[in-house]
Design a protein around this ligand. Structure first.
Ligand SMILES: *Cc1c(COP(=O)(O)O)cnc(C)c1O
Length: 463
């Protein structure tokens, strides 16, 4: 594939370095190294400005569920642009795409969910959650119920509220976060934090921190608990089986709302339309984004269960919140086309019954590699824990993330996008990945592990 090299990499990189500040990046070291320029993508494959083909093991950024370059979505977007490119939904107005999308979401979501508030992103969705739960309790004349309990190492976005609800220590270090009124409890990360407990014992213990936090803060002051069904950006942390049932019990017994952040787990990632359904959780609110449009255009929202919607609709009066692009017609058209593909091609069912189990089995076998302490996968999101001596749950001496970074760089060189979270390697491929592509993903991962093992051995880090 040399024909496509119409993008001269060097000047593009120079312009990028001169003017573009990247998210979550150390700009000095990025500029020294040079950004990778992605010029096109189709299905599960990316192509860079040098004509290299790279398997997109991360579905963009956890979002391209239907794969890249679907013409149905492009056509729906073009048609909507021609019909009504923008109008707002603030002042007693609405439009066909937002009406249709809201109805589709009510059909696809669990029966208790019949309302949606639209936003432009997952972060805006979680800002909306924060204002919505506090407004709910204010309406019920319990204005002192304001505290939101969240988890360490959670990811809920990068706005002030999103980053504060999240439990990412490096994010909290910058810009005076977290904002007040948020309390973080333990994450159910057995591999790193389980100690001598069995996963089942540890899952219960982590969940019971919620009960302890409610007691400490006072039930009359706690508004809600928010969590991802499976932590994504934190490192694909799959909770022990005991975790969610215990959280559900505590939320039922206490007067607090349960918010399931479905931004990654929603729209098929776990083999159900929503991750909550996989775990049998019955949340009150579900922030959504990413797979809602497969990333073709920015759109998010908050799905609201009937008992909350009833209060907001019938008692709150004006909810003084919204975004210029809430329910943007063109973004809604992209989301409708995307959901139609997911539904009509039975892609969600395929994750549960076919490609999910297929890739899970091959992924689990990677646990036999001398660099891998644990290989886990649920639906189509997985992680490998890199360790100096498998199978011990012991980390590398020195800086966390050094081995992960080396592994990620080999992965790119080998033609596979994997992400490193400290020393966990994670994948979350498009849900349309074929069996042959899944085989290729595993083959490239094995090669990458071998390359990394050799390099770490050379550096004296193994053992
Ligand atoms: C990505 C993500 C967000 C933030 O979404 P943005 O669209 O980047 O603002 C929120 N929650 C979870 C679980 C996410 O993975």
């Amino acid at each position: 594939m040399t024909v496509s090299n119409v993008y001269p990499t060097a000047p593009l990189r120079a312009l990028d370095a001169a003017h573009h500040l990247h998210p979550f990046s150390d700009m000095k070291s990025l500029n020294a190294e040079g950004s990778r320029v992605i010029v096109r993508a189709k299905g599960c494959w990316l192509e860079d400005s040098d004509g290299n083909r790279i398997l997109d093991g991360m579905a963009g950024l956890w979002c391209v569920n239907v794969g890249h370059g679907r013409p149905e979505i492009a056509e729906a977007v073009a048609a909507q642009m021609g019909e009504l490119s923008y109008y707002n939904t603030f002042f007693k107005t609405t439009h066909p795409p937002v009406i249709k999308l809201a109805g589709m979401l009510a059909d696809l979501a669990p029966p208790a969910f019949n309302h949606v508030f639209f936003t432009g992103s997952g972060s805006e969705s979680n800002d909306t959650v924060m204002r919505m739960v506090r407004t709910y309790w204010q309406t019920l004349e319990k204005p002192e119920k304001t505290v939101i309990i969240a988890r360490k190492n959670a990811y809920h976005g990068s706005t002030m509220a999103g980053a504060s609800l999240g439990g990412m220590a490096p994010m909290h270090k910058q810009g005076g976060l977290p904002i007040p009124g948020i309390h973080h409890i333990a994450q159910p990360y057995w591999f790193d934090e389980g100690g001598d407990l069995s996963p089942a014992e540890f899952g219960l213990k982590a969940a019971q921190e919620l009960e302890a936090a409610i007691d400490e803060i006072g039930e009359d002051k706690v508004a809600a608990f928010i969590a991802e069904p499976v932590q994504g950006a934190g490192g694909v942390i799959i909770p022990p089986e005991t975790y969610w049932p215990e959280i559900a019990r505590i939320c039922k017994e206490r007067e607090i709302l349960l918010v399931a952040d479905e931004v990654i787990c929603g729209f098929g990632r776990l083999g159900k339309w929503f991750g909550s359904e996989h775990f049998g959780i019955e949340p009150d609110l579900m922030p959504i984004a990413k797979g809602l449009s497969s990333g073709y255009l920015p759109i998010g929202g908050v799905m609201v269960a009937d008992r909350i919607a009833d209060v907001l609709v019938n008692a709150t009066g004006d909810f003084n919140h919204g975004f210029t692009y809430s329910g943007h017609p063109v973004a809604c058209a992209a989301a409708i086309a995307n959901l139609t593909i997911l539904r009509d091609e039975k892609i969600v069912e395929r994750v549960a019954d076919d490609i999910g189990p297929y890739l899970q089995k091959k992924w689990a076998a990677l646990a036999g590699h001398p660099l891998v302490g644990e290989a886990r996968m649920i639906g189509l999101m997985g992680a490998l824990e890199l360790v100096p001596s498998s199978p011990a749950r012991r980390r590398f001496a020195g800086d966390a993330g050094r081995a992960g970074t080396i592994c990620r760089d080999f992965s790119f060189r080998n033609g596979l996008v994997m992400r490193a979270v400290r020393d966990s390697m994670i994948i979350s491929p498009p849900l349309v990945i074929t069996h042959a592509e899944a085989d290729e993903l595993v083959r490239l991962t094995e090669k990458t592990l071998d390359d990394t093992h050799a390099e770490l051995t050379r550096q004296g880090m193994m053992g």
